[in-house]
Design a protein around this ligand. Structure first.
Ligand code: IDP
Ligand code: MG
Length: 149
């Protein structure tokens, strides 16, 4: 079953948006399989954003993402990687459609409140970077037959 890595960034936690954001993925019908509140080390953040290491915003991004607790999560469901990206919205919140998390709740690219994996393969790498296998729960929500055929 497809899984994605989502993280509510320090700005989302500081702004009290954890429940609002998690609620959207719950209400959609995806399944939460892992979650922890944690402050990322520099090493972890640099690995996570390694693809951006030559970009001018890299150092500031790592400073920001390690500046306080984040909510790291793994969500599961058919098509969850692409669907979560749609629910999150464009990278720059000023370009994110209303109805998306960034479109509804943020205004600045450096404070865009949530991360979501951009592809199935990236998701697998990010999940193993952030979580140990035993931190993930395989479970069957009793509502599943009312959400998926
Ligand atoms: P994504 O989070 O939508 O996948 P990416 O292009 O992968 O966007 O960039 C990773 C993160 O780097 C963004 O979510 C944002 O926090 C930060 N970022 C991207 N572009 C800029 C920028 O131009 N200025 C400041 N921060 C940026
Ligand atoms: Mg990205």
């Amino acid at each position: 079953m497809e899984r994605t890595f989502l993280a509510i960034k320090p700005d989302g936690v500081q702004r009290g948006l954890v429940g609002e954001i998690i609620g959207r993925f719950e209400a959609k019908g995806f399944k939460l399989v892992g979650m922890k509140l944690m402050t990322a080390s520099r090493e972890l953040a640099e690995q996570h954003y390694g693809v951006h290491k030559e970009r001018p915003f890299f150092a500031g991004l790592v400073d920001f993402i390690t500046s306080g607790p984040i909510v790291a999560m793994v969500w599961e469901g058919d098509g969850v990687v692409a669907s979560a990206r749609k629910m999150i919205g464009a990278t720059n919140p000023l370009n994110s459609e209303p109805g998306t998390i960034r479109g509804d709740l943020a205004v600045n690219v450096g404070r865009n409140i949530i991360h979501g994996s951009d592809a199935v393969e990236t998701a697998q790498q990010e999940i193993s970077l952030w979580f140990k296998e035993e931190e993930l729960s395989a479970w069957t929500p009793s509502l599943t037959p009312w959400i998926v055929e």
